[in-house]
Design a binder for this molecule. Sequence first.
Ligand SMILES: Cc1ncc(COP(=O)(O)O)c(C=O)c1O
Length: 381
Amino acid sequence: MPTLAANATRMPRSGIRAVMDVAWTIPDVIGLHVGEPSFVTPDHVLDGARLALDRHETRYVPNAGILPLREAIAAKVATHNGITASPGQVVVSAGGMQALYLALAASVSRGDEVLVPDPGWPNFAMAVQLLQARPVRYPLRPENGFQPDPADLDRLVTARTRAMIVNSPSNPLGTVLTPAHAEALCRFADAYDLWLISDECYDAITFDVPHVSPAAWDEAGRVLSCFSFSKTYAMTGMRVGYLVAPPKVAAVTSIMQEPLLSCVNAPAQRAALAALSGGGDFVELMRRTYQERRDKAAALLDEAGIGYHLPHGAFYLWLDVRDRCGGDVTDWALRLLNAEHVAVAPGTAFGPAGAGWARVCLATKDAALLEGLRRLVEFRD
Ligand SMILES: Cc1ncc(COP(=O)(O)O)c(C=O)c1O
């Protein structure tokens, strides 16, 4: 048998899988470990796809996506994100993940280094590795409110650093970049001539602060902004996201879509267009529901004296279990799962800085979320 590519076989398995594998075997498990919205996809979004199917819109469409969707996205980022972009600067992707992959594949080469958040979504490091580049983790510390510290970034930059990934609102932390941090990151990228890849998959889900897009401070055409329909419209399986990039990058990444997937499937793009054309109420209802769940969960944890980082966006709660887990947080999560039938994501799945922490998903319905937290609070082994 020929050998497999080393960068593929060296890919680490997601640290959440250890919990998932066991959770699947427990029929009455309370699953607080995965990030799937508890809402069903709204009807107006489904209608968009249905109409496309009825009209037999089942053929190839442009690599960068159908024009009406790119126009609607350009209008959306202008009003919601403060980003001025033409439809030609929008590339429709298969979910936010593929927008990220496009951004990385267009900007980094073999052996380059990419700054990734720690803790951060594991897919960042995995994608960098698949491209034969090297993820370099930058710490997000509780004492800084989990915001990036410029001193850390300066220390980690080398001659090989080509890009930095920033994620706001953050999975798993729920932190939201402040305008000052967003601007500082752009100036940091200017100082070292880096690409700034901004993952804004949860841009519609912030609680008591506004979402800010680093591209609004981009003076040099170096910010590649990645968005998704998955969480905003509870349509994770439809697989539609988008990259908004400077014209040259958008042109290159449109061409890259050809060998990667040719184009995103047309009915899913019509569903995304329908999502943007209506449904403001749905997004607000969902956002408010997550905020209410956050507040109920926080009240329960306050009463129990368990530490956590109060999220201002996304739908995760970052729990401090350093004094409970006895060292290895994955082992602790497995013991919790086996004893109490509650699944949480171990913090180390998001990088070494997650040691002693666990991620709880607030997208779970209220009753299950609160019962799961109650059992977690009472769990002592
Ligand atoms: C931080 C972050 N970015 C991007 C994504 C990509 O989502 P999708 O590919 O479904 O759009 C996710 C999904 O969980 C995420 O948590």
